[in-house]
Write a protein that binds this ligand. Structure first.
Ligand SMILES: NC(=O)c1ccc[n+]([C@@H]2O[C@H](COP(=O)([O-])OP(=O)(O)OC[C@H]3O[C@@H](n4cnc5c(N)ncnc54)[C@H](OP(=O)(O)O)[C@@H]3O)[C@@H](O)[C@H]2O)c1
Length: 327
């Protein structure tokens, strides 16, 4: 039997944070979670877009328990502010859906902390966010962290000595694929750390498939070549992509199915990366424990957020604001 939204258990009493909840897959997942009774925090960077998504959500789910909190993953200061506000407002966190992402940025750009934008948003922002919410996750039995990855991770390569494309020519596709590989490495390493420290939380990765959202918009900000490529891909997406409702099922399954275990990966089970979500095997590179450990240490160094799962306060912050050293 295919897994559908009908299989989402009652979510009343649960609190979920969905990053990038104002559009695409994040919006759909938020709406579905709210319709099952979860209190959903729409973590979005732009207030106007967030409020408009909230209005839409209330039309679909009139009794939704949902609220907007500002989160810009390309700013560690914003991530810290979000975490503070969340902790002041909620005393539990059942689902952290690390969904927001940018794809195929045409040229090398940087976050306000000096990180390459794709890695900074897709991995480092979520790494810091998860670390800063670790106490809430640890205190909520059975909580889950869902890392939204992509089939593109299978093409991902990680150069730990040049994660930010400083010594090699920038390639938006390679940056995206690499960032999505890091999302899975992060999920599996987090799961190992939860298990080693006896934490009753799980970390899972999910791939939505090829989905008709607005993800090509970043490519459209490039030159003629990128804009033409975006138009061609848009046509392919229209004919071969799946709906956002179908795409969000992998995320929702990872977040809610009681049969899911930590360290698993969910993706569409049909041909051409479409279909209902099934448990799947991610790329060989994503299971590399040594790379995952090194990446983790690098993330701790870059973000200044250290996960301390064996101590009463789960997170340690370095005293000074971490900034990537620029040459
Ligand atoms: N669509 C696909 O075919 C596909 C395939 C595989 C994986 N995925 C993954 O699915 C996830 C969602 O993608 P989507 O297709 O729904 O794309 P989307 O429609 O472009 O939505 C992306 C969301 O991320 C938010 N976001 C971007 N940068 C952010 C930042 N710095 N801080 C906070 N939020 C930020 C966006 O906010 P704004 O609206 O403010 O920009 C938007 O809400 C991504 O992780 C993506 O890699 C998508």
């Amino acid at each position: 039997m295919p897994w559908t939204t009908q299989d989402i258990p009652d979510q009343r009493g649960k609190v979920a944070v969905v990053t990038g909840a104002n559009a695409g897959l994040g919006y759909e997942a938020s709406m579905q979670l709210a319709s099952k009774g979860a209190t959903v925090v729409l973590a979005c960077r732009n207030s106007e877009r967030a409020e408009s998504a909230m209005a839409q959500l209330r039309l679909s789910v009139p009794d939704a328990r949902a609220e907007v909190m500002r989160l810009d993953l390309s700013s560690l200061a914003s991530v810290a502010q979000f975490a503070d506000e969340f902790k002041r407002t909620f005393n539990r966190l059942d689902v952290l859906m690390n969904n927001a992402g940018i794809m195929f940025v045409p040229d090398r750009r940087e976050t306000e902390d000096g990180f390459e934008l794709t890695l900074g948003t897709n991995l480092l922002g979520h790494f810091a966010l998860t670390g800063l919410l670790l106490d809430q996750l640890r205190d909520t039995a059975g909580s889950r962290v869902v890392s939204v990855s992509s089939f593109a991770h299978t093409r991902g390569e990680i150069d730990l000595d040049d994660l930010m494309f400083e010594s090699r020519p920038f390639d938006g596709g390679a940056a995206y694929a690499g960032s999505k590989l890091t999302s899975i490495l992060f999920a599996y390493e987090l799961q190992r750390r939860f298990a080693t420290n006896g934490v009753d939380s799980i970390a899972v990765a999910a791939d939505p498939g090829f989905v008709r959202t607005n993800w090509l918009r970043h490519m459209r900000t490039g030159g003629v070549f990128d804009r033409v490529r975006a138009s061609m891909l848009s046509a392919v997406l229209r004919f071969t992509g799946q709906s956002v409702e179908m795409g969000s099922l992998s995320l929702l399954r990872a977040a809610t199915d009681p049969d899911v275990s930590g360290g698993e990966f969910y993706s569409p089970g049909g041909r051409m990366n479409r279909g209902y979500p099934v448990r799947a095997i991610s790329s060989e590179a994503s299971y590399d424990k040594d790379v995952a450990r090194s990446l983790w240490e690098t993330c701790e160094g870059l973000t200044g957020v250290a996960f301390q799962l064996d101590s009463p306060a789960a997170v340690a912050l370095t005293p000074s604001t971490p900034k990537k050293e620029t040459t």
